[in-house]
Design a protein around this ligand. Structure first.
Ligand code: NAI
Ligand code: MG
Length: 351
């Protein structure tokens, strides 16, 4: 029997509703594979910020450093500015634990209708590999002359050889085990310093992976191609901003952002990795019990992959495919009337 200690941060809004669903599926599948989970739950959230003035305690990272993995539902609430909640919790964990890969797989499942005409089930199966530690989401900058007509804001992007090389290496290695194609998202026509540098380092990395074909696409044209012909993509690698935008776009192509999973990985395994669905706290539907738990459940499968239980992870993914292909049970975002609890129960029948 293997036991894993998981730091659980349900967070805000529907994070509170989808996290229990993910844990239920982890426990059920774990039981079949001789894996047990010990959850330590943390109340880090906007609620905590409003009460205590901080999203997490000052020694928060130390409290979860020793766990095997971190599972996060979602954070964000209209009562707290989004940059406060993001920079007070998610970004410190991603950066403090060197989770430089943000991995976001996308699939069109049988039984789910994509809003995109050419996104048919079985034909769209891609992964967005987003750089997660640097790039456009930098802390260097500031604001001057607040309130005056001369007011200005400056924000620097930071791209390093180390940062680009390691994310590109990850993407090419991942593609080598898939359909062997990488698309690099760039904008080297308009952004004249950082993006040509990105292109150069990606090309150097590609040279070390001769079995993987690749090309580079400007982000604007790439967005159009994702909508027009999503089936052509295998692995898409992008900077922090481009990867962020692309992964919501690809999630929408898959039918609902409620399905999309994500992993923030430290491939060196020096620090724990963090697993979170792509979606946010969805204040518009929070508290009604109708959130789609599939994103969180697929995220749980990624956690199992990372903890080296690939058969258990596959069992979750096939239960997801089965419940969608063989039953009409859906949450409202996919056109159904099932609650989070009802849908999770239906999925558990297939595990
Ligand atoms: P969102 O992902 O929370 O919601 C966008 C739309 O998708 C909403 O209409 C929502 O109802 C729907 N949706 C999202 N997840 C769903 C699910 N599982 N089932 C059914 N429908 C679902 O993004 P939004 O509205 O931009 O952000 C809301 C809050 O969440 C903000 O405070 C934002 O900062 C935060 N956020 C947090 C993230 C995280 O914790 N990783 C990621 C993205 C946003
Ligand atoms: Mg995003």
């Amino acid at each position: 029997m293997t036991t894993h200690r998981i730091a659980l941060i349900p967070g805000d809004g529907i994070g509170q509703e989808v996290t229990p669903a993910a844990c239920q599926v982890l426990d059920a599948v774990g039981k079949r594979h001789g894996i047990t989970f010990g959850y330590d739950e943390f109340d880090w959230s906007c609620r905590r910020y409003v009460e205590l003035g901080a999203m997490m305690p000052a020694d928060g990272l130390d409290q979860i450093r020793g766990h095997d993995a971190i599972f996060l539902g979602a954070v964000g609430d209209p009562s707290v500015p989004d940059h406060v909640s993001l920079w007070g919790l998610l970004i410190p964990i991603r950066r403090g634990f060197r989770q430089y890969v943000n991995l976001r797989p996308v699939k069109v499942f049988e039984g789910v209708e994509s809003p995109v005409r050419r996104a048919r089930a079985g034909e769209v199966d891609l992964v967005v590999v987003r750089e997660n530690n640097e790039g456009e989401y930098g802390e260097i900058g500031g604001r001057l002359n607040r309130g005056f007509p001369e007011e200005l804001a400056v924000q620097e992007s930071v791209f390093t050889r180390t940062g680009i090389t390691r994310i590109a290496e990850y993407a090419f290695t991942l593609a080598a085990g898939r359909r062997r194609h990488v698309t690099s998202a760039t904008k080297s026509n308009g952004i004249i310093h950082t993006m040509p540098f990105w292109d150069e380092v990606v090309a150097e990395t590609a040279g070390r992976h001769p079995s993987v074909a690749w090309n580079s696409e400007h982000i604007d044209a790439l967005c159009a191609k994702v909508v027009l012909d999503p089936g052509r993509f295998d692995v898409i690698v992008g900077s922090n901003l481009f990867g962020d935008i692309l992964s919501d776009l690809t999630a929408a192509v898959a039918g609902s952002i409620g399905i999309a999973p994500a992993a923030n990985l430290d491939p060196s395994r020096e620090f724990p990795s963090m697993f979170e669905p792509v979606h946010g706290s969805a204040p518009d539907i929070a508290g009604r019990g109708i959130a789609n738990p599939l994103g969180a459940i697929w995220t749980a499968a990624m956690l199992l992959d990372h903890l080296e239980h690939p058969e258990a992870a596959d069992q979750i993914r096939s239960a997801m495919a089965d419940v969608l292909a063989r039953t009409p049970i859906r949450t409202p975002d996919l056109g159904g009337t099932a609650t989070t609890v009802e849908f999770t129960r239906a999925l558990l029948e297939f595990t």
